[in-house]
Every structure is written in structure tokens, then in C-alpha cells.
Design a protein around this ligand. Sequence first.
Ligand SMILES: Cc1ncc(C[n+]2csc(CCOP(=O)(O)OP(=O)(O)O)c2C)c(N)n1
Ligand code: SF4
Length: 250
Amino acid sequence: MAVVFEPTKGLLDVPTHYCPGCTHGIIHRLVAESLEELGVIDKTIGVAPVGCSVLAYNYFACDMHEAAHGRAPAVATGIKRSLPDSVVFTYQGDGDLAAIGTAEIVHAAARGEKITTIFVNNCIYGMTGGQMAPTTLPGQVTETSPYGRDVKLQGHPIRVSEMLSTLDGAVYVERVSVDSVANVLKAKKAIKKAFELQIEGKGFTFVEVLSICPTNWGLSPRESIKWLQDNMIPYYPLGVKKDITQQEVK
Ligand SMILES: Cc1ncc(C[n+]2csc(CCOP(=O)(O)OP(=O)(O)O)c2C)c(N)n1
Ligand code: SF4
């Protein structure tokens, strides 16, 4: 019988701890498939964050390193500078990257570190029980914004991709989503391209992936996908924000 589907060699054959319907698993798979197709699993070092994906080091088939909360870009910088032929990526949630690690990601991008960051934006702190994140939408109810995020009180959400695309060291920045088959395919293309540009030594590459958290949003996985489409995509427009290979800045 013809083989129509095979597991990627970029992931280990182990069960994951993610909640049913969580899209962290899809994003793991896209990263792993990209590394496999580029033939770089053996020379890749990933840096895991603090957050629901803290255990990413148990799932990827490459070498992995754990970083303290928000510090993954700093750890990745050290690894890449000492092992310049390796492929280095960080995998970070919005609490990790856009709250406690804001300085690390901004300066890694500004320095043009030749690393790739996969930024999983689910508009909430997942692991710790659903507190407000820097990317929580205006009006969004969370454990720490029970009446909805009030921008007068709690400030405006941060559009991380747009912010990083203004920095000269960033060579490729794209926002994608995993809410549909078409968008999953686009997300894969973006992640693979980010790794390709790193391998070519171009500079800092960044892919933001809009993701769901059914558990802390209090919605079913299907309802969560619709919530992402109706609320997140209008606020966080998808697309390439910067690509020096196309000389295109949006
Ligand atoms: C210095 C520090 N502050 C706070 C925490 C608690 N903490 C652990 S995970 C987390 C939020 C993670 O959310 P996010 O990065 O959005 O990832 P998700 O779990 O949603 O995938 C927080 C606040 C910590 N571990 N260390
Ligand atoms: S808490 Fe949210 S982000 Fe974390 S594994 Fe569950 S659904 Fe995914």
C-alpha cells in the first residue's frame, strides 16, 4: 500500500502534554518538518522557553537547551556565536517573549543574531492558568482582566512582528496562523524560509504564529479557531512584515 503520511523525523515518537486541540503540536510539527526537509536536524540546537512549551526539549529530535523565563534569545545568542555552523532556534510564547523577555528579543533582533525565533502568540499566559499577556486583545477576558482588558488601565497590546520589523538586524519577519489547512501550509513555508535564511547567514529571522488556547479561553477547540479568526487576525494581520531578500517592508 502506498504510504500517504509519515511522522516527521524531526519529532521524537512520544506523547505530548499539550491540551486536546492546542495548536502548539501543529507548530512543533511544522518546525520539525522544516528541519528534516533542510537536512539539518543533526546540527540544530533549539532553545525551549518557560510556558506550556517548556517541555519542547522532550519532543524535538535535535539537541535542545532550556532557558530561564524570557531569556531564550540570549541563550541562543551564546550558542550560535560559539557554534556558528549550527542552526539555532528559540520557541517562545507571548508571556515568555513579549513580557518577561522583551529586552532579550528586541536586542537579539537589533544585533542581527543569526538565529530563528518561533513566536507562539495565543493572547494569554497558558501554563500559569490564563493571566493577561502583552498580546491579550482589548476587551479580552482573562483571569487578571475579568472585566475585559481595558487599554486605559492595562495598556495596548503589542504587535511584536511589526515592532521587530523596524530593527535593522531583522532580515525576515512574518506573521502566520494555524487556523486552517491553507494557513498551516503558509505557516510551514514561512518557518522553512526563516531557517533557510539563517543557514545562508543572512541575520535574525522571526515567525509569529497565531495559536489557540482552548483551555484558558474557556472555548472548545472549534470555537477557539473561530475566535482566532474573528478577533486575532483583524488585530494581528497576517503576512510578511519584512523580507530583505524581496527588499519589501510593509
Ligand atoms: C521569572 C518568572 N516569572 C514568571 C514565571 C511564571 N510563568 C511561567 S509560564 C508563564 C506564562 C507563559 O505564557 P506564554 O509564554 O504565553 O506561553 P503559553 O503557556 O501560553 O504557551 C509565567 C508567567 C516564571 N516561571 N518565571
Ligand atoms: S494551557 Fe493552552 S497553550 Fe497550554 S497546552 Fe493547554 S491549550 Fe495549549
